[in-house]
Design a protein around this ligand. Sequence first.
Ligand code: NAD
Length: 249
Amino acid sequence: MKLLDGKVAIVTGGTRGIGLAIVKKYLEQGATVVLSGSREETAKKAVEALKAEDPSCKVSGIWTDLCNPEDIKKDFGNVKKEYGSIDILVNNAGISSRDSIFDYKQEDFQKIMDLNVNAVFYCSQVVAEFMKEQGGGVILNTSSMVSLFGQSTGCGYPTSKFAVNGMTKSLALELAPYHIRVNAVAPGITRTDMVSSLPEALIKPLINTIPLGRMGEPEEVADAFVFLGSDMSSYITGVVLSVDGAAKN
Ligand code: NAD
């Protein structure tokens, strides 16, 4: 018996980085996984690569516009119709920014809020309705260590992740009567495209401050999502679990 046998999961931002690591671990643990990518091409490519590794894996792709509630209703509704339930939603898609307040464009601030906050709300709202009907489920959000400490430039990103924590804790309270658990994982610096796009001069000093002395791997973050998505965490809701090597900035 695997930890996620019989569960149906949607993972947003599941085409690469932390999201792809979650998709892989969920498949290994017996789940049926629908990965959501920002484009048809990348979603299909990710599904093909997973099927090439293991032709029997139960994975498919969608390319929902996560900032469009109607699109989410349609695509997630089709997932529910096809597989009968949505047991786990992982709101993982996210973008970051390092813009200084003096250069920050309003539309860039808005873009961060749209994907990192509004999309989490829209997806959770649609799925909460299904989970209420089903008698339960799990909603997981990808937060960040900067949701606890802020960061010295790019204020939009930590602002969005503080909001994710607020939504996590509030929805945990509101949805508990329906047996829907809501938790977040707050990764520290993790080896993905999001981090490799940052200048070495910025990353190196940050790594030096991490007590475990290294950046995290996407698989180490994904393990927390397996635990929180499974019945092993059946009495845990409303937490923001740090997976950050005890980083403090
Ligand atoms: P990544 O850039 O490797 O992947 C981001 C994912 O989001 C991709 O699958 C991409 O397709 C998807 N995405 C981006 N824009 C989208 C859009 N407009 N619509 C739909 N999907 C979109 O990043 P990652 O490091 O794997 O980040 C995943 C999550 O982890 C994010 O929420 C990020 O904030 C969070 N996080 C990352 C780190 C880190 O150090 N890498 C640390 C803390 C938190």
